[in-house]
Write a protein that binds this ligand. Sequence first.
Ligand code: G3H
Length: 195
Amino acid sequence: PRPILLTRHGESKDNVRGRIGGDTALSDAGEIYAKKLTNFIEKRLKSERAASIWTSTLQRTILTASPIVGFPKIQWRALDEINAGVCDGMTYEEIKKNMPEEYEARKKDKLRYRYPRGESYLDVIQRLEPVIIELERQRAPVVVISHQAVLRALYAYFADRPLKEIPHIEVPLHTIIEIQMGVTGVQEKRYKLMD
Ligand code: G3H
């Protein structure tokens, strides 16, 4: 059975500064992850000629995929990170300090909370539908390089986790989650490539 490999982009410069959203390039650690991921994929998908690499349209996922050669790469806007609207580029501390009502509202109902002029987790889940349909159709392995909120939703779909858990699922950086769909159900393996 074909695997689906889910991973976040390598650490970005905004990750280092604790800023959400944005479209920054990779940090030094993020660059190292891109190389480690490339080595991993070259070994794991060696004889898988029809495999493909899917990224978002944001730099940090495209740069994470950039050392990988030999597989087609597809950019999906639907794989872009949750749109934090007016909070894009802020730290959680800044949101808490400058927009305490927004901070509290999100804490109360993270699944349904929609950032002003941005998205909620429910919005993200909805826009992922075409990606999921396409993933289900694939006969060959797919590597999905995306973002935390989006991968929470994708992972929950394949691992059959309840909606209310989605905003809280742990999807760490620099880790590959491999999902295998077989006749006996879904199997999962994790590869932590860096500390
Ligand atoms: O920048 C967005 C984060 O990856 C999503 O994290 O939904 O836990 O704030 P959060």
